[in-house]
Ligand binder design. Structure first.
Ligand code: BLA
Length: 490
């Protein structure tokens, strides 16, 4: 069954989103071929924006389009993915927003009605509110909350949330602002397959993704060329049907999401929802994108500062711990183990030095059990630091009676002749994960994977493992190891 699921998830990853050949109805588009410099494709809904039928437009040389804002061509860079904007352009009796994108094949022009945006002055003020003052000491959460409430000041959305990815691309809602009476997603996790890799990739190529309607069918192109237009950089690109269904199951008619990139990697997204269809103006979207970009920079500076502080504090801790071992008597070694326990939130610790074992009090293990664990761990020579959240997963320890101890970390010193090593133990800890709906996929009549129907909180309890060994723990253990080697070889 798992293998079958894997194949279906793989199929999801193969959907060629950029070749949908259709646009959403909130805007119209036409394509200027890079070689002929003629319009070779136009969306069938274009007339509702510029009163020009696609049939009339296709075949026209770009030079003849005297109504086209020139900035769309002159301000456009030469690389695929470059964009130019012409906002609030009077056009007949209307005001329109124009956008151009360059692709490998030519230039795509997209046109939408202009509705509302934020004045430049107001925008700058909003932007400054996501930056703490000198006196303010914001934690991660303060940054997230501030971003969300600032966006809430100017985006007409019922829900605005911050979704942070985990290592394996599942994610969690870490900040949220939502109107009264609507369900809350804060603290809930969503499985990785909700945003397949192919959809995540789009966030590196586009500053945002706007889906005006999860239900309205898209418009076709009148296209002279045989191959489908490349819509990689288009804001109007039609919605994947499976995602349209997902939004409807979630009660979302309009969604607007903006990526947050940190050190070159997708870190999270801001996701904005409306339960009824609503138009978010192109200039407003652009302003929101710029604000989130600015946030990404501010936040990455904050994280660098935090990391420096962490390194310093770990160095201080390491110094204090190793000092104990330098005293070289049995009591000092016990004190050393107690410090290790405290700094790793562990339930026990043991160290082997100069051919002798020392075990912390109440470690939950006796010496014979410890030797068994040691034998199993010593047979794995893959690294100097090893760790597990469930000792029963280690070969040779499946049957170990380990009611009290579940997580183990081994730090090997291998200094000179005596092979010193330090073990750190953690007890099993119930860990509760709150999911937005049971994270299982359904298979529909066509044998395709379909989004789950309910997003109601579904809690999973895992009492089998210890708390995870975090990046901080690993960093700490590396520093401790280096310091212990220096001390022991002295
Ligand atoms: C796209 N899925 C997305 C997007 C988001 C999510 C944000 C980007 C488009 C958008 O902003 O709406 C998921 N939205 C979320 C999550 C939250 C949220 C997790 O607000 C959390 C609060 N989806 C499925 C399955 C498949 C799938 C089973 O559930 C595939 C088999 C696919 N999701 C899918 C596809 C896209 C997508 C194909 C791209 C849609 C598009 O750009 O056209």
């Amino acid at each position: 069954h798992d293998a079958e699921m894997d194949t279906l998830v793989e199929n999801c990853e193969k959907e060629a989103l950029h070749l949908s050949g259709k646009v959403q109805q909130f805007g119209g588009a036409f394509f200027i071929d890079g070689e002929s410099l003629q319009v070779t494709a136009a969306s069938t809904n274009l007339a509702s924006f510029i009163h020009l039928s696609p049939a009339k437009l296709v075949g026209c040389p770009v030079k003849s389009l005297d109504w086209l804002p020139l900035s769309l061509l002159y301000n456009l860079g030469s690389k695929a993915g470059d964009r130019a904007y012409a906002f609030n352009e009077p056009f007949n009796d209307d005001v329109l927003n124009f956008r151009s994108h360059r692709s490998e094949e030519g230039i795509l022009i997209e046109i939408e009605s202009s509705i509302t945006n934020v004045s430049q002055r107001q925008y700058l003020q909003l932007r400054s509110s996501i930056l703490p003052t000198i006196e303010q000491h914001w934690e991660d959460k303060d940054f997230w909350d501030q971003l969300i409430s600032t966006l809430d000041e100017f985006l007409p959305c019922e829900r605005i949330l911050l979704y942070r990815f985990n290592e394996l691309w599942s994610g969690e809602v870490v900040a949220e602002k939502v109107i009264e009476g609507a369900p809350k997603y804060i603290g809930l996790k969503f499985p990785a397959s909700d945003i397949p890799a192919i959809a995540r990739q789009m966030y590196y190529e586009n500053p945002s993704r706007y889906i005006a309607s999860s239900a309205t069918p898209p418009a076709d192109f009148l296209n002279q060329a045989e191959q489908a237009l490349n819509l990689t950089y288009s804001d109007l690109r039609s919605v994947s049907p499976i995602h349209g269904e997902y939004m409807q199951n979630m009660g979302v008619a309009t969604s607007f999401s903006i990526p947050i990139i940190q050190t070159g990697k997708l870190w999270g997204i801001v996701s904005c929802h409306n339960s009824t269809e609503s138009h978010i103006d192109a200039q407003l979207r652009h302003q929101a994108e710029m604000l989130v970009k600015y946030f990404s920079m501010v936040y990455s500076t904050h994280k660098s500062k935090k990391r420096l502080q962490l390194l310093t504090s770990l160095d201080e801790k390491v110094g204090a711990i190793t000092h104990k071992l330098r005293l070289k008597d049995a009591q000092a070694t016990q004190d050393f183990l107690e410090e290790v326990k405290r700094d790793f939130t562990a339930c026990g610790a043991a160290v082997f030095i100069n051919g002798k074992w020392f075990i912390s009090n109440d470690s939950g293990y006796d010496i014979s059990q410890l030797k068994r664990i040691d034998k199993a761990f010593q047979s794995d020579t893959s690294d100097v630091i090893l760790h597990t959240e469930d000792i029963r997963q280690c070969s040779g320890l499946e049957a170990l009676d380990s009611e009290n101890v579940r997580g183990v970390m081994l730090i090997r010193m291998n200094y000179e002749l005596a092979k010193a090593r330090l073990y750190i133990f953690r007890q099993p800890e119930a860990q509760i994960t709150h999911w937005a709906g049971k994270p299982e996929k359904d298979i529909n009549e066509q044998g395709m994977l379909s989004p789950r129907a309910s997003f109601e909180r579904w809690s999973e309890v895992d009492g089998e493992q210890s708390l995870p060994w975090t990046k901080r723990d690993i960093l700490f253990s590396k520093k401790l190891r280096a310091s212990l080697i220096r001390t022991l070889t002295r």
